[in-house]
Design a protein around this ligand. Structure first.
Ligand SMILES: [Zn+2]
Length: 98
């Protein structure tokens, strides 16, 4: 977990997008952290692994490094996993072969 060096309250602490690898592996056959996301708010393109992941909410909230808007939300219940990607225009996955 990354703690802000400026002494901000703990609720502002976040991890990088690599924290999404394990939880999202329940849904996707590929490692989503290797994908590139385009922010729906500012258009910034960056690796999912570079998103700021906040884990102190009910679930995981990933925010854009550029504009701080929410790109991805994930909440895992006992029977259902909810994935909200409305903050991403697209996810681009590197694939082998043609
Ligand atoms: Zn953005």
């Amino acid at each position: 977990m990354t703690i802000p060096a400026d002494g901000s309250p703990a609720e502002y602490a976040y991890m990088d997008g690599n924290a999404l690898a394990g939880p999202l592996s329940e849904v996707f056959a590929v490692d989503v952290t290797t994908a590139t996301s385009r922010c729906a708010h500012c258009g910034r393109t960056e690796p999912v692994a570079a998103l700021r992941v906040y884990a102190h909410a009910p679930g995981l909230v990933a925010r854009c490094e550029g504009c701080d808007e929410v790109v991805l939300r994930m909440v895992r219940g006992t029977q259902t996993l909810w994935l909200d990607l409305r903050g991403a225009v697209a996810l681009a996955f590197p694939m082998d072969g043609a």
